[in-house]
Design a protein around this ligand. Structure first.
Ligand code: PHE
Length: 457
């Protein structure tokens, strides 16, 4: 048993832990989803609820996941066995695997768009782009059917190649080097966007809180986004926690990851909304928002096209590292619990994602082949997104918080979080434990009950 434990890979240093975790958190969620959901749901008020969700739900759930992962050094299903929990708790792991698939179906599609936009930028397709042509350009890129499918396939092949390289060689190396560069490039976008005529209206939209915009559904969407953003509620952070070093500070890491992640989302918002208002576009334009605005940000400035290529290149890196952490959930499960080789598990999962992902890609735009076919009142693309973000991840988070807050003994929790007594932060651990035990689950339950109309707050 020890030999098996020793052979499991770990991240090599604390910094690598931070970057790998951030690599999972940062992704299309910040650059694509956060801006478009903020735009659709009224700007500042949505942002306000989102930040509350990160603080009182996101960070505590992340601590719980790291606890489960590092304590057991197991995948999201095996971990509950190792903790000798009632077998029913394994549902968290299975739901997580299901969420990972649902997210990957549409995430790989959008990542394909990002790769495609990088390619188009290299060809110089955006040289004379205008606010009007940006929309048509987006439509012609994503309606397909062939081109977006081929790009989705390219994305999945890239993910498979990195994953077969293994935890250290693959994930660590890519995230450590490229994330800081992405950060700098978004800052460049911000500076450009803020100096556009009429930029202040965009900033006002992002930060002005109008509580009248808050409906139960908007609150649920903000909660779902918080889970999606921080890769929570589905075992990714359990799996990553299982590769953590023994001396990692498991409260400081979630706080740092959440803060950096939220900052990148805000910076992406600051790049996009001033542009939207400056070019008189529609903030609620939906999933195409990023693709219509960013080429405009860089149009008509010196070196604009090079910056545009760099932007989509780095976004594709961020999307790829996030996807690696998504696919890692089923891969770790199949490799560790089902005795399939790691390579076999990667290939099988990527193949499956491509196969069903076709449904997402062909329904992502209303003019696409399956764009008007409703399944439970939504397109496949929206259904995969809604079911995972707004239902499965928050339910997974609720179960995880209930498990750690009410099944795990407090002494064990304190022992693991203080790295077996080497960190003296009893007060902080008590506070986090209190949040996990009472505040987080109650908030989650309230948001759910409210959104299905049982409560009416
Ligand atoms: N957090 C990632 C993003 O924002 C997406 C993700 C969700 C990754 C869930 C892993 C697990 O893009």
């Amino acid at each position: 048993m020890w030999a098996k434990k020793e052979s499991r890979e770990k991240f090599s240093t604390g910094l690598a832990v931070f970057f790998a975790t951030l690599g999972s958190a940062l992704g299309l969620g910040n650059i694509w989803k956060f801006p478009y959901l903020t735009g659709e749901n009224g700007g500042g008020a949505f942002l306000f609820v989102y930040v509350i969700c990160i603080l009182f739900v996101g960070i505590p759930v992340m601590v719980c996941e790291f606890y489960i992962g590092r304590k057991t050094r197991k995948n999201a299903v095996g971990a509950f066995e190792k903790l000798k929990a009632h077998p029913a708790w394994k549902i968290i792991g299975f739901m997580g695997i299901l969420s990972a698939y649902l997210i990957m179906f549409f995430y790989s599609c959008v990542a394909g768009w990002v790769y495609l936009y990088m390619f188009k930028a290299v060809k110089g397709d955006f040289a004379s782009i205008t606010a009007r042509s940006a929309e048509a350009e987006f439509g012609s890129a994503v309606i397909g059917p062939w081109s977006p499918l081929i790009w989705q396939l390219i994305v999945l092949v890239a993910v498979a190649v990195i994953l077969i390289g293994g935890v250290k060689k693959g994930i660590e190396r890519v995230t450590k080097t490229l994330l800081p560069v992405l950060f700098i490039l978004i800052l460049v976008c911000d500076i450009r966007a803020l100096t556009l005529p009429g930029a202040s209206q965009g900033v006002q939209f992002l930060f002005h809180v109008d509580f009248a915009r808050l409906t139960p559904e908007v609150i649920l969407t903000a909660l779902g986004l918080a889970f999606f953003k921080l890769s929570l509620g589905m075992g990714t952070m359990i799996t990553y926690g299982s590769y953590f070093t023994d001396d990692n500070n498991m409260i400081a890491t979630p706080v740092k990851v959440a803060a950096s992640d939220t900052m990148v989302s805000l910076l992406a918002g600051i790049a996009i909304f001033p542009t939207v208002f400056s070019f008189q576009m529609e903030p609620g334009a939906g999933p195409g928002l990023l693709f219509m605005t960013i080429p405009l940000v860089f149009s008509q400035i010196p070196l604009g096209n090079i910056l545009l290529v760099a932007f989509f290149f780095l976004t594709s890196i961020a999307a790829t590292t996030a996807m690696i952490s998504l696919v890692e959930v089923p891969v770790a499960y199949f490799a560790e619990e089902r005795g399939i080789s790691r390579t076999g598990a990667v290939i099988f999962n990527c193949f499956l994602i491509m196969l069903i992902g076709i449904l997402a890609t062909l329904s992502a735009h209303k003019a696409a082949l399956l764009g008007k076919i409703p399944v439970f009142g939504k397109t496949f693309f929206d259904l995969f997104d809604y079911t995972s973000s707004n239902i499965l991840l928050p339910v997974g988070g609720l179960l995880i918080a209930l498990f750690v807050g009410h099944v795990v003994r407090k002494e064990e929790f304190r022992d693991e979080l203080s790295n077996h007594g080497t960190l003296s932060m009893d007060g902080l651990i008590n506070f986090v434990y209190f949040l996990i035990r009472w505040v987080t689950p109650v908030l989650l339950a309230l948001v759910f009950l409210n959104s299905i109309g049982v409560l009416n707050i």
